[in-house]
Design a protein around this ligand. Structure first.
Ligand SMILES: Nc1ncnc2c1ncn2[C@@H]1O[C@H](COP(=O)(O)OP(=O)(O)OP(=O)(O)O)[C@@H](O)[C@H]1O
Ligand SMILES: [Mg+2]
Length: 260
C-alpha cells in the first residue's frame, strides 16, 4: 500500500480542535510525504497528542480540512483511519506481557481477514523482523522478557503488518537508554526507507535531529515554524518555548505598555 517516495499523502489545512472553552489546536497546517520522517515537537500542552488523536480518528476536528492522497477525508473513527492507512503506536505500546512476539504482532488485527495458522504467522513475523533488521532473540519469547527497545520494535512491526502509508510514533524513545534509542532510531530510518511516511513525536531534540527530514513545531496549539535537521538546537528550543516570537514584537509590546 506504500506510496511513491515523495508523494504527498496527508495534507491538513486550518485544522482546529476545541474542547469546550479550551482551544487545543488552532489553524494547523501539516504535510506528510511518502518516505519522510516528520517530527512533531512542542512543549507540554502544545497540542501534539491532540493532533495525533485527530489523525488517528480518536478526536474529530472542530474546523479545517484533511486531504488523503489529494482527496478530502473524514477520519470519523479509529477504524476509518486504520483502513485508510494511518497507523499509530501510542506511548503505552499496548502489548500483552504474557503473550509471545508472534501473538502480539497479530493481536488486534481483526479488521484484516487473515486466516493464518501459527506456522504462517511465525514465518511472517520472522520475515518482517528480519527485513527491519530487528534484534529480537526469538519470536516465541514473551514480551515480558524483552527490553524496552525490543518492545518498541515489536509495537512498530505490528503496526507495519497492515502496510500503512503513514505511521505515527508517540515518544518512542522516551523510556530508553542510549543503545536502545539508537536501535529504535535505526528502525525508524528503515521504516522511512520502505516508503512509509513517519510522524514522530519526541521531546528529545537529539533524536529528532538525527532522523527527521522536517521538524514541525507546535506552540500553544498553533504552528510555530517548520525546520530541518540542520537547524541548531538553540533555534529549535527558541521556537518551542516562544523565545523566537520575534523580539521586535515583544519590544513593541513593552513600549506600548510603557506608553499607557
Ligand atoms: N480531552 C480533552 N479535554 C479537554 N482538554 C484537553 C483534552 N485533551 C487535551 N486537552 C487540552 O489541550 C491542550 C493540548 O494538549 P495535548 O495533550 O495535545 O498536548 P501535548 O503537546 O501532547 O502535551 P504533552 O507534551 O504534555 O504530552 C492542553 O491544554 C490540554 O489540557
Ligand atoms: Mg502528549
Amino acid at each position: 500500500m506504500t506510496a511513491d517516495k515523495g508523494e504527498l499523502i496527508l495534507k491538513l489545512r486550518g485544522v482546529s480542535k476545541q474542547f469546550g472553552a479550551v482551544t487545543a489546536l488552532k489553524d494547523i497546517e501539516l504535510d506528510v510525504h511518502a518516505g519522510e520522517v516528520v517530527a512533531l515537537v512542542g512543549d507540554n500542552g502544545a497540542g501534539k497528542s491532540t493532533l495525533i488523536k485527530v489523525l488517528a480518528g480518536v478526536h474529530q476536528p472542530t474546523e479545517g480540512t484533511i486531504e488523503w492522497c489529494g482527496k478530502p477525508v473524514s477520519l470519523d473513527s479509529p477504524g476509518t483511519a486504520l483502513e485508510l492507512g494511518i497507523a499509530t503506536v501510542f506511548q503505552d505500546l499496548a502489548l500483552c506481557e504474557n503473550l509471545d512476539v508472534v501473538s502480539n504482532l497479530f493481536l488486534g488485527h481483526e479488521i484484516n481477514p487473515w486466516q493464518l495458522d501459527e506456522v504462517q504467522m511465525e514465518v511472517r513475523a520472522w520475515t518482517l523482523l528480519r527485513e527491519l533488521a530487528a534484534r529480537i532473540p526469538s519470536v516465541r519469547e514473551p514480551i515480558a522478557s524483552l527490553s524496552g527497545g525490543q518492545r518498541q520494535t515489536v509495537a512498530i512491526a505490528r503496526s507495519l503488518l497492515l502496510d500503512p502509508k503513514i505511521i505515527m510514533l508517540d515518544e518512542p524513545t522516551a523510556a530508553l537508554g542510549v543503545a536502545q534509542t539508537a536501535e529504535v532510531l535505526n528502525l525508524i530510518e528503515r521504516v522511512r526507507d520502505r516508503g512509509h511516511g513517519v510522524i514522530l513525536i519526541s521531546h528529545n531534540m537529539e533524536d529528532v535531529r538525527a532522523v527527521a527530514d522536517r521538524i514541525v513545531v507546535l506552540r500553544l496549539g498553533q504552528n510555530n515554524g517548520v525546520f530541518t535537521n540542520e537547524t541548531s538546537h538553540q533555534e529549535l528550543v527558541a521556537a518551542i518555548t516562544g523565545a523566537s516570537e520575534n523580539s521586535v514584537s515583544r519590544r513593541m509590546a513593552r513600549k506600548q505598555e510603557e506608553a499607557v
